[in-house]
Design a binder for this molecule. Structure first.
Ligand code: HEC
Length: 142
């Protein structure tokens, strides 16, 4: 479907056009957000996507609502229940040029996620992106 890209106008990236066959498979594990993903997000993402002086962007991952909503683009970062359609997943799997997360030029400090980690994120989204009420990501020492 070419129309999505056309409707997006300036937005070069269309979630529809990503080759999702390149995505690592979703894990079949039942995800416990606090144990399985919170520490990973805090280490790999939160220095840039948290409310901290160093945060440059407009995307904040403090809580579930913000993490799903996305930042400056109109598109949601996470489509709950559909990890293959979620920009968040496309970015962490390096499927979108210039939007690799963590950014390619920062990989010395923020490592690329492993296939297993991407699989856990996919399973989490597919299982409803559950994130217990009141839990917020916390800044880690770096
Ligand atoms: C070294 C800093 C840095 C790290 C680490 C980083 N990002 Fe980003 N990220 C950026 C910048 C800069 C942008 C573009 C500006 C913005 O939207 O915040 C961005 C944009 C994004 C967006 C698009 C937001 C939108 O809708 O506009 C998502 C989703 C995202 N990052 C996810 C992640 C995830 C998940 C991680 C951890 C695995 C991560 N990022 C790690 C710097 C970083």
């Amino acid at each position: 479907m070419a129309t999505a890209a056309m409707l997006c106008g300036l937005n070069a990236y269309a979630a529809d056009e990503v080759d999702t066959s390149k995505l690592p498979p979703a894990s079949d594990k039942k995800i416990d957000f606090v144990k399985d993903l919170k520490p990973l997000f805090e280490k790999a993402c939160f220095s840039c996507h948290g409310v901290k002086p160093r945060a440059k962007g407009k995307y904040f991952m403090n809580n579930r609502e913000k993490t799903i909503a996305g930042g400056s683009s109109d598109e949601k970062a996470i489509i709950v229940g559909k990890s293959d359609k979620s920009p968040f997943v496309h970015y962490i799997a390096d499927l979108v040029e210039e939007m690799e997360m963590p950014p390619l030029d920062k990989r010395d400090k923020y490592a690329k996620l492993t296939k297993e980690q991407v699989g856990l994120v996919r399973a989490w989204i597919d299982q409803g992106a559950k994130w217990p009420e009141g839990v917020e990501l916390e800044a880690v020492e770096d």
